[in-house]
Design a protein around this ligand. Structure first.
Ligand SMILES: C[S@@+](CC[C@H](N)C(=O)[O-])C[C@H]1O[C@@H](n2cnc3c(N)ncnc32)[C@H](O)[C@@H]1O
Length: 242
């Protein structure tokens, strides 16, 4: 986050950056995609938009519950599978060219994430690759600690043109007196419940890049990049099956 000659057009959203780095270059009309935990289908829509050959979208909730079809649109290339376990039932073995999961493994206990890896390895074909977002409480807390450098606050406070003065002032005031409401909620490995949603009855679980990459290697994957650094808060692991 910094001011540039692009002025107000100088910053991309995290989601657009993830799309540009992790999805756009890898999806062609030949690509068979597996997505775990599509939810309403924000990313699924991107795979369809990129004209993938087939998308297997596996979630624990029904598409009616999440509104998946309404958001993505009915499409014969998309197969939605409601999963009751971590074995990826209904996804053919050795068929997947590209794996993607975002905002899902952070909600699973590390043992569950590791169980999923075995199934993913069976479903992916040799030469395939994937991107997996996980929770790492160390990275998350580093992000919070460096808010002044990584957040929009830096963009605003570095502005030197007078026209930005009211925005700078407003932001500094809000950050000083309402940081608790503006900033990310803190997380701690010592606490049992983190980012807990009482209505959904789930939260976040630290898996961590170190343990996650070790588990991925053990499952048989190669690590291309431990963290593609597309997001200041959470790691996204780039991996492949040789
Ligand atoms: C926070 S949402 C993320 C949705 C979507 N990936 C996104 O980034 O917008 C988490 C999703 O993971 C799904 N989920 C939770 N546990 C799962 C599991 N064990 N297997 C597959 N999906 C799961 C939830 O039902 C929900 O749709």
């Amino acid at each position: 986050m910094a001011s540039s000659t692009y002025a107000i057009y100088g910053d991309n959203s995290i989601f657009y950056t993830i799309y540009s780095a992790c999805i756009r270059p890898y999806i062609t009309a030949e690509t068979v995609v597996l997505e775990i935990g599509p939810g309403r289908g924000a990313w699924s829509k991107a795979f369809v938009h990129r004209n993938c050959r087939k998308l297997y979208a596996v979630d624990v909730v029904t598409p009616e519950h999440s509104g998946f079809w309404k958001h993505v649109g009915e499409d014969p290339r998309v197969e939605y599978i409601v999963a009751n376990d971590l074995t990826l039932p209904g996804v053919p073995d050795q068929l997947i060219d590209f794996f993607f999961s975002f905002g899902v493994f952070c909600h699973l206990k590390p043992e569950m994430c590791e169980e999923y890896l075995g199934a993913m390895f069976r479903k992916m074909r040799p030469g395939s690759r994937g991107f997996l977002m996980i929770a790492d409480f160390d990275k998350y807390e580093r992000c919070r600690a460096e808010a002044g450098r990584l957040s929009i606050g830096r963009f605003l406070t570095e502005q030197t043109r007078k026209v930005w003065f009211p925005a700078k002032l407003g932001y500094s005031f809000a950050w000083r007196y309402f940081r608790g409401k503006m900033d990310l909620e803190p997380v701690s490995k010592e606490r049992e419940h983190n980012l807990w949603s009482p209505t959904a009855n789930f939260g976040w679980y630290h898996w961590g890049v170190e343990r996650a990459c070790k588990a991925m290697l053990q499952a048989g994957f190669e690590i291309v990049e431990r963290d593609v650094e597309v997001c200041h808060r959470d790691p996204v692991i780039h991996f492949r099956k040789a």
